[in-house]
Design a protein around this ligand. Structure first.
Ligand code: IVH
Length: 663
């Protein structure tokens, strides 16, 4: 055997042993023998740099220092799941699906691992890249660190797709976490708070040799790609096991929501016997075509949900209730607490949500309250220990006036929150609007932070967004804390923001209920702010995935003269209020045609069909009316929709006919 052959042999032997040890849990050789193979390979590779490989198992021991993690945009956004805490919610989830899908379907039940999510890209069987979730749209490239995780394969086995992404959760087992802490204590270091935060912190270390020393592990649970072996999630994920991934053997297929409930009941108890922490159960529709048919809300898939186990609770004293004003004028009551340790962090403040919540739980200053950390980052008060209440306690009276500007608060029917409507003169609202405007997903203005905004507002230099674009060095330099360099940075950051595309400018305006997704939908549909300003309620509601609440809010916003003025000024200063996507149009064959998409398709997913419509100049609308130009009907278009299309004389196109038109 020559050197190259010996190196190849060792690499493949070591990979097989890694697989047997970390994935199958059945070691075939002793640790000593394994270490010998590894040492031999390391020394051969050192002496023969000509046989270097980025995917050698020796890369698992760490690849050195990194300056900074590169930010990478996800091809498929990394969404999270909507959370439920009751079987009632779970039943609602099932009912919602059945309203759309009238054929039988199955659920896949999985453990919800409590760790850090990661997305791995494989090309030709090799790990290409590992990216953290980040903000869901883009994350950090942590490939070097991920390569050190023993259970993540660098090279795949068997019959894998050419290119795919696989997502999972990096975690620390309870036992390994304990051992890490024992070792830290023995070195006089402070203990780590919990396995989850420690796993997350480990991935962000800049020295991958250090990451190698942490016993990180990883379960994979979601595959994305064009050429997956099956259109069933359960089959794909079990195939991934054969390619070398660590897939939980607790995943189960259930034929209905009652089966799902049995699974949950079982794990509610059994989870305490697992060697790692889980915080719930994830339920997914098995059939990927049905997943596509159900699609996504702006934040979550409609085809999956997480059932969360009851969160950890502690009790502490509520010293006072104060009130916060958000950028929309919404008032949030906040509990100021005696500091208490909860799920690894010290909690001093917790949300009280709204007046109804305070009333329902009869929460009073001086009470001993129960605090819980749910899915949200901010902990909440969930109850009162009435037995510990003192005789002198006084029922809480929700404030009548804004704590910041003293304007009388308003609460409209159907709204849980009180609002301060003095949006133009109430300080935290003004600052909050600017904070939203400059934030990364909005205008992304570098060099401008909350403190500077507060300063600029206080000094009267900015009152509405357009004022930002008139700021000059002369305005900024006399101000405290603004040196020449920061002034220049700020001004260039503001200038740069004029390049931000229309859809994000629209999002930046902070119109209620117009988040990133809705802003994109509106920009795609109307292409010019002028058309949005003039849109009627009825017209807006027609747009795919735009409901009454959003439509009303948009109409309200633009019916206000001042808002229109601000938009016109911004436009005059060079911000983009026209969609430039038209340059990216494939054709104008569907120019301004209003199209409804219904049913399941063979060659394309529903979302792909919708994208095709837009890229050929058409518009997606949600329901059939006399203004609809045509309906593209897939396999199981609902009978009532069909009837309506026929009644109104709207043409129904098959998938093939549609493709013929645009090709
Ligand atoms: S599937 C679009 N499956 O929970 C669906 N997620 O709240 C993508 N998680 O971001 C997620 N175990 O970090 C899925 N078996 C599992 C999971 C799981 C844990 C995490 C994941 C995700 C979060 C959602």
């Amino acid at each position: 055997m020559n050197t190259k052959e010996r190196i190849d042999f060792l690499r493949s032997e070591i990979e097989n042993h890694n697989y047997s040890y970390y994935i199958l849990d059945t070691p075939l050789i002793s640790d000593f023998e394994f270490d010998n193979l590894m040492s031999e390979l390391i020394s051969l590779e050192e002496n023969h740099p000509e046989f270097f490989s980025d995917h050698s198992p020796t890369k698992k021991v760490g690849g050195g220092l990194i300056d900074n993690f590169e930010s990478v945009r996800h091809i498929y956004p990394m969404l999270s799941l909507s959370n439920t805490y009751s079987f009632e919610d779970l039943k609602d989830f099932d009912d919602r699906i059945k309203k759309i899908i009238d054929i039988p379907f199955e659920y896949v039940c999985e453990l919800k691992f409590d760790g850090v999510s990661i997305s791995l890209t494989y090309e030709d069987g090799k790990l290409l890249r590992a990216v953290t979730r980040g903000d869901g749209e883009q994350g950090d490239d942590v490939t070097l660190n991920i390569k050190t995780i023993r259970s993540i394969p660098l090279n795949l086995m068997g019959d894998y797709p050419d290119r795919f992404e696989i997502r999972g959760e990096v975690f620390l087992s309870i036992e390994d976490f304990k051992e890490m802490n024992i070792s830290r204590l023995s070195k006089g270091l402070e203990e780590y708070a919990n396995p989850r935060n420690t796993a997350s912190g480990s991935l962000k270390l800049l020295d991958s040799n250090e990451v190698y020393k942490r016993p990180l592990d990883c379960f994979l649970y979601y595959i994305l790609g064009e050429n997956l072996p099956s259109n069933k999630h359960f089959t794909n994920i079990n195939n991934a096991k054969k390619w070398g991934f660590k897939i939980s053997d607790k995943i189960m297929l259930k034929s209905d929501i009652f089966g799902v409930m049995e699974y949950i009941n079982f794990w509610e108890e059994e989870r305490h016997n697992l060697p790692f922490e889980i915080d719930g159960i994830v339920v997914k529709v098995n059939d990927i075509d049905i997943q596509d048919e159900l699609g996504y809300t702006s934040k979550f898939p409609r085809w999956a949900i997480s059932y969360k186990f009851k969160a950890e609770q502690v009790s502490t004293k509520l010293n006072s209730i104060t009130y916060q004003v958000g950028r929309t004028g919404a008032i949030t009551p906040v509990a100021n607490l005696d500091p208490v340790s909860l799920a690894g962090t010290t909690v001093k403040r917790a949300s009280l949500h709204n007046a109804d919540q305070i009333k329902r739980l009869d929460i009073r200053e001086g009470d001993i309250v129960y605090v819980e950390k749910g899915g949200e980052i901010i902990p909440k008060v969930v109850g009162v220990d009435i037995k510990k209440r003192t005789l002198f306690s006084i029922e809480t009276d929700f404030i009548d006036n804004c704590p910041e500007c003293n304007t009388e608060l308003v609460r409209t029917d159907g709204d849980a929150k009180h609002y301060c409507l003095n949006s133009n003169d109430c300080f935290p609202q003004i600052v909050g609007r600017f904070e939203h405007f400059i934030s990364r997903k909005a205008m992304n203005i570098d060099g401008l932070g909350s403190e500077t905004i507060e300063l600029l507002v206080k000094e009267g230099l900015i009152t509405d967004f357009s004022d930002l674009y008139l700021l000059s060095r002369e305005h900024l330099l006399p101000l405290d804390r603004i040196a020449e360099r920061s002034a220049d940075n700020l001004i260039s950051g503001i200038r740069e923001s004029k390049k931000i595309p229309f859809e994000r400018v629209l999002f930046s305006l902070g119109i209620r209920f117009v988040g990133e997704t809705v802003a994109r939908k509106l920009a795609d549909y109307y292409k010019d702010i002028e058309h949005i300003i003039n849109a009627s309620l009825e017209e807006l509601i027609q747009i795919d995935e735009i409901g009454d609440k959003i439509a009303e809010s948009v109409v309200n916003y633009f019916s206000n003269n001042e808002n229109r003025e601000i938009v016109y000024k911004l436009r005059q200063y060079g911000l983009k209020f026209i969609s430039e996507k038209s340059e990216m149009l494939l054709s104008d064959k569907l120019n301004d045609k209003r199209i409804v998409v219904s049913g399941v398709f063979i060659n394309y997913s529903r979302n792909e069909i919708k994208k095709l419509i837009i890229s050929h100049g058409g518009k997606n609308v949600s329901s059939i009316s006399k203004n609809t130009n045509f309906v593209i009907a897939g396999d199981n278009m609902g009978p009532s929709k069909k009837q309506k299309a026929n009644d109104l004389g709207v043409t129904i196109l098959s998938e093939d006919e549609f493709i013929k038109i645009i090709s």
